[in-house]
Write a protein that binds this ligand. Structure first.
Ligand code: GDP
Length: 458
């Protein structure tokens, strides 16, 4: 794990491994411009040391320790490229930094990196650039996690939530709670010094209740945050020919997205990603697997229940154009009401039954005409968001949720407790919150936990 020291100069390949049009080697630290001056020759003959920040200069990358092909280069020619300059504190890490943009092949990038390493830079460890951004106060820890989430985002929902985190919205909410708790803590400490005065409720219990409510609201967004980052699982169940495949295709807007076969489970199934505003959904579909349909039909309700158990939301389809069958009613009893949305399919045709017959409210949808699809999407999103819909920033990592839970539990013990215990619980809560943003005392393990998942060069 990185130490968080800032006094040396680090370098790494920052672009993705493999072949690309352009590759980037990043250098940051007090000697970044020394390193750049050794390995880069600006075309106009300007001295690298004299370049201000915010410049882009064309030139040649050379390996000063390689054999010179021409005298002027003073070193072996490696590649042509661009040098981007950043002067402290206006850089990602807050330190002097440069980026070398060269052709994006693995051998070129390795050669450029090695030239930098021979001229005084040290190979950066995973996440070390971002760690420096945290150490220099450019980013807090929650924002550093958002950087990672941004890099890892595969869906639009995940990207959007990462950008909210990066903006500092989550941190602002935590900061507000921290301020309230700090003032309550001060009041408790004062009354420990002057016990005869007692602690006025307005100075402790009121801000604690306020902070606790705020943190509970945040904690309640953890599920939605998970759905944004990793996607919610949606099962589509119903009798054969109810219209499940057609509905999935209609929701996706294209024919059968086969993203991943998932063999090895009790039954093979198909997964398709579906973007639903602030959350993303992985639709799990068994309907298309005609070859195994016999087995599915034989245990329709059991199978539906099994699928539903592993899902965050269930779309249960009942064919609107056919009389109800006992199996449809069995499904109604088998499925969890809170997580199930009932759909009367094929609403472009006359309906053969009523919602009363089935015993649940149904949403008419036609995959053929698209009627009811938008409303269905909206209901899916609303169901998955829950109360999180009202909050801008969501908790998106388990680490953040754990710390919030600890703070909320400690605060729940404060009302009515002795002043001593109130002080201890407030300390616990404040320490837990400090772990989220990294402001205040943060243990080395917390940093290790956050940065362990980063890649080199970020
Ligand atoms: P699954 O077995 O539940 O996946 O059902 P399918 O999606 O394969 O559909 C079964 C049959 O119903 C097919 O012939 C579809 O063309 C038809 N169907 C599906 N959705 C609709 C709809 O919205 N309107 C009409 N009129 N027919 C539909």
């Amino acid at each position: 794990m990185t130490s968080g020291r800032l006094d040396d100069t680090i370098a790494a390949i920052a672009s993705a491994p493999g072949i690309g049009a352009i590759g980037i080697v990043r250098v940051a630290g007090p000697r970044a411009f020394d390193v750049a001056a050794a390995v880069f020759r600006p075309a106009g003959g300007r001295a690298v040391h004299e370049l201000p920040g915010g410049r882009v200069v064309f030139g040649r990358v050379v390996d000063p320790d390689g054999d010179a092909h021409d005298a002027e280069a003073a070193g072996a020619f490696v590649d042509e490229g661009l040098l981007l300059t950043f002067r402290a504190p206006r850089s990602y890490t807050g330190q002097d930094a440069v980026e070398l943009q060269v052709h994006g092949g693995p051998a070129v990038l390795r050669a450029v990196l090695e030239a930098c390493l021979r001229r005084g830079a040290r190979a950066a460890e995973p996440g070390e650039f971002t760690l420096r951004a945290v150490a220099s106060g450019r980013l807090d820890l929650a924002q550093a996690e958002a950087v990672l989430a941004m890099v890892e985002a595969r869906s639009d929902a995940a990207r959007r939530q990462a950008s909210v985190g990066l903006s500092g919205a989550l941190s602002a909410s935590i900061d507000a709670a921290q301020r309230e708790l700090t003032s309550a803590y001060a009041a408790v400490l004062a009354s420990l010094d002057y016990p005869e005065e007692g602690v006025p409720e307005a100075q402790v219990e009121a801000p604690v209740a306020d902070a606790r409510a705020r943190l509970e609201r945040l904690l309640a967004t953890a599920t939605a945050g998970r759905f944004a980052v990793r996607g919610a699982r949606m099962a589509i169940v119903g009798r054969p020919n109810a219209g499940k495949s057609s509905l999935l295709n209609a929701l996706l807007g294209y024919e059968r997205a086969i993203v991943a076969d998932a063999p090895g489970t009790t039954r093979d199934y198909l997964e398709a990603p579906l973007e639903l505003g602030r959350v993303s959904v992985t639709a799990v579909d068994t309907a298309g697997l005609r070859a195994t349909a016999d087995a599915v039909e034989a245990h329709g309700v059991a199978r539906a229940r099994e699928l539903a158990a592993a899902a965050d939301v269930v779309l249960a389809l009942v064919d609107g154009t056919r009389p109800l069958e006992p199996e449809d009613r069995e499904l109604v009893t088998a499925l969890d009401r809170d997580r199930t949305i009932w759909v009367a399919s094929k609403s472009d045709r006359p309906r053969e039954w009523t919602a009363q017959d089935l015993g649940v409210a149904v949403r008419p949808v036609s995959s053929a005409t698209g009627a009811g699809l938008d409303a269905l999407r909206h209901e899916l999103e609303t169901r998955l968001l829950g109360d999180a819909a009202a909050e801008e920033a969501w908790v998106t990592s388990e680490r953040q949720a754990d710390a919030l839970r600890e703070a909320v539990e400690a605060l729940a013990r404060v009302p009515g407790a002795s002043t001593d215990l109130q002080g201890l619980d407030l300390e616990t809560a404040l320490r837990a919150l400090a772990r989220i943003t990294g402001r205040g005392d943060v243990a080395e393990e917390t940093l290790a936990e956050v940065f362990a998942r980063f890649c080199v060069g970020k």
